[in-house]
Design a protein around this ligand. Structure first.
Ligand SMILES: Nc1ncnc2c1ncn2[C@@H]1O[C@H](COP(=O)(O)OP(=O)(O)O)[C@@H](O)[C@H]1O
Ligand SMILES: [Mg+2]
Length: 382
């Protein structure tokens, strides 16, 4: 069987792919710049070290090519978990494609898909709702946004990694025109969008997770929603549940059609409680944090992608049973205790988020080493 190489294998996202492939019998290599990265500790993966694609994209690709040559045999299949590796590979796609199978759209298209302004433009063309947004070029446009948009608003970078490192947050929130002006002064180098906030708690954040082949065929489709994020409001999932919504899947696939997208992706929307309409939050043109939940529901997107990449017939999966849940227990307990104390969340909602069947994104008795390393990490952070 052809080997799979999971890139930037640092967290639950990569672990979800490693376990989904390993349990299906695929030999897996997990690569990261940090040898303590969780994916490298899985019993289903052999570890490999590469440079960090964000700080050293050239060395990252050099390391990757060397790894591909060392693995020999038939070209291994690449799996991306974060945008940085996609961008680094994009700059040297021909070299990478000579050594690996790269089951996602070519860089000429991917470059646009990674840009939030381009995602919004594609959504608008097909009538897919997007939050009211201004793309400012200068302070003048920001002042205009302050008059046109309803507060609160957020500033979102058009492409995220550097922004996230600098501000240690995914977005900056502004509750009035003054705060917006100040936030823009900090964020301007990252080319931010200014978006109206869609109200409602985290459970209004719905996802289509899918794999589409090079012709845009929908080989695997899963939908679900977040229950709670870390931090709440503007963060990443710490609890989520599977809920099949075929109408949502259809609408989100139409957006992926418009983007001519090939690969694994997550389309995230927020269901506006005022009118029930799903507004685009973003398209992640790769795997996402809780992809393991799709596999647990029988929609094994990494394996489907792998089979397709090696030219083997891949079973089609459109939908799944409801109700299975996914959590990051440690974050979920700490966050929930704090929010319940502050009356920002309720005990019944917390218990509901843990109703079986539920699986942790890291802790897994069949593959315990990542959880032990995770516990040590949390302990060190205090
Ligand atoms: N317009 C919006 N209204 C409400 N929440 C939003 C909006 N945009 C983003 N968010 C929240 O912020 C989080 C991060 O935004 P996202 O667009 O996913 O940025 P990133 O590229 O950093 O993942 C989302 O998961 C969502 O919870
Ligand atoms: Mg996001």
């Amino acid at each position: 069987m052809t080997t799979a190489v999971v890139l930037q294998a640092s967290g639950p996202n990569a672990l979800g792919i490693v376990r989904s492939l390993g349990r299906a019998g695929v030999p897996v290599v997990a690569a990261d710049h940090d040898r303590r990265a969780l994916g490298l500790l899985s019993r289903y993966a052999r570890p490999a070290i590469t440079a960090d694609p964000l700080s050293s994209p050239r060395s990252f690709v050099d390391d990757l090519l060397r790894l591909g040559h060392d693995l020999g045999g038939s070209r291994p299949v690449l799996f991306a978990t974060h945008d940085e590796a996609i961008a680094a590979i994009g700059a040297r796609e021909d070299e990478v494609d000579a050594v690996f199978r790269r089951p996602w759209s070519p860089w000429g298209r991917m470059e646009h898909v990674l840009d939030k302004a381009h995602q919004h433009a594609a959504a608008r063309r097909i009538g897919f709702p997007v939050p009211a947004t201004v793309e400012p070029r200068d302070e003048h446009d920001v002042a205009h946004a302050g008059r046109e948009l309803r507060f609160p608003v957020i500033l979102k970078p058009r492409s995220a990694p550097e922004f996230r490192r600098r501000f240690r947050a995914q977005v900056l929130r502004a509750d009035d025109a003054d705060a917006l002006r100040r936030a823009y002064a900090h964020a301007a180098p990252y080319d931010p969008q200014i978006c109206e906030v869609i109200p409602g708690d985290d459970s209004h954040l719905w996802t289509l997770g899918s794999y589409r082949d090079a012709g845009g065929e929908r080989l695997g489709s899963f939908t679900g929603r977040k229950l709670r994020q870390w931090p709440t409001g503007f963060g990443t999932a710490r609890a989520a549940e599977a809920r099949w919504d075929p109408a949502l899947a259809e609408r989100c696939h139409r957006l992926l059609d418009e983007l001519e997208f090939h690969g694994i992706s997550q389309v995230e929307v927020k269901r506006d409680p005022r009118d029930g309409r799903d507004h685009l939050i973003e398209v992640n043109p790769r795997s996402w944090l809780w992809i393991g939940l799709a596999t647990a529901c029988g929609v094994n997107l990494p394996y489907t992608c792998h089979l397709d990449a090696i030219g083997a017939p891949a079973p089609r999966r459109w939908g799944h049973p409801d109700g299975r849940r996914w959590v990051l227990s440690a974050k979920h307990l700490v966050g929930s205790a704090r929010e319940i104390r502050r009356r920002e969340w309720t005990v019944p909602a917390f218990l509901g988020s843990l109703r079986p069947p539920v699986a942790d994104g890291v802790i897994d008795l069949r593959d315990p080493r990542p959880a032990m390393a995770y516990a040590r990490l949390l302990h060190r952070r205090g």
